[in-house]
Write a new protein. Structure first.
Length: 308
């Protein structure tokens, strides 16, 4: 535990270890992913994909190691027992910071299959990480605005096609598909602009989850509904590297798949779309109440903790 050191030194150590960990594992990822690109056969994919996933899990373990070395974080976690690393999961969470991703990876690594995130197209240009996400076949989404789609209607449906293609690949080996229903990180400004009816959440968007469930509903064992709370307030990535993540509360609950919706045509059937939206709105009402309860009990942070 190096958190007793001066903050600039903690930041330097954490950044250095994070970069070295990435620079060690990413070239290995690229070697195996290149083999899969050169030999695009199902048998090759089935042989190489587990290797890629093992490399990614080792990389995440390395991140957890330097996090434990540089952070003095109290973890209050419930619901991660009994998960199956050899099954398929749809994972949903509220979203406040890039740190959410490190929290999820730290807690769920090797408890469930590797989390696959849907990323913005621009992130493919992030040095080192963009290549790693490409090698691990994270889908890159363009996420055009409605105004853009009105001017370029030929682009409508491209993200849905990207989702379908990604899910077809994920169906071959156990995978966890990660979905942030809010579609972006929560901020007070975004909350006010949306006029969100939820106290702690932005409005949920059902489209991404609906497409994934439609494509892989027969594979998913459950939906893992994750709630992340930072009682002291969320920290950004730079604050995290400085060792300022003091307290994290996480609750995970498995939910059955909404079988009455899984096979529905979200894009083409207004009734299915309305039913999905009602389902996620109810889920969001429950999550909003849970966040309120977890953040304060008689205006005091929760006291019960578990180290992870």
């Amino acid at each position: 535990m190096l958190n007793f050191l001066p903050t600039p030194l903690v930041f330097l150590i954490a950044t250095l270890l994070m970069v070295l960990n990435a620079l060690f594992w990413v070239p290995i990822l690229l070697v195996f992913s290149s083999l899969k690109l050169i030999l695009p056969f199902k048998a090759v994919r089935l042989a190489i994909d587990p290797i890629l996933l093992s490399i990614a899990e080792a990389w995440i373990w390395g991140n957890s190691a330097w996090m434990g070395l540089t952070q003095r974080t109290t973890w209050d976690v419930q619901g991660i027992e009994g998960l199956d690393p050899h099954s398929w999961y749809m994972v949903n969470s509220n979203h406040q910071s890039w740190v959410d991703i490190l929290v999820l990876q730290h807690l769920l690594n090797r408890r469930i299959p590797l989390l696959k995130f849907f990323l913005k197209q621009q992130l493919i240009w992030v040095p080192v990480m963009g290549l790693a996400w490409w090698a691990l076949e994270f889908p890159f989404m363009r996420r055009h605005t409605e105004d853009y789609l009105k001017k370029h209607p030929e682009m409508r449906g491209k993200d849905q096609e990207t989702t379908r293609k990604a899910c077809a690949k994920y169906a071959l080996i156990p995978t966890s598909v990660m979905n942030f229903l809010e579609g972006t990180r929560f901020t007070k400004a975004k909350h006010a602009k949306q006029q969100s009816p939820y106290r702690h959440l932005l409005k949920p968007k059902a489209g991404g989850m609906a497409l994934a469930l439609n494509a892989m509903g027969d594979k998913f064992q459950a939906i893992l509904d994750v709630t992340i709370v930072y009682p002291d307030g969320p920290v950004d990535f730079w604050q995290f590297l400085k060792g300022e993540l003091k307290h994290v509360i996480v609750r995970v609950r498995p939910l059955p798949l909404p079988q009455h919706l899984v096979q529905g045509d979200y894009a083409g059937d207004p009734a299915v779309r309305e039913a999905y939206q009602k389902w996620v709105q109810q889920l969001w009402l429950e999550k909003d109440a849970q966040i309120e309860a977890l953040t304060y009990i008689e205006n005091k942070p929760l006291a019960s903790v578990a180290q992870v």
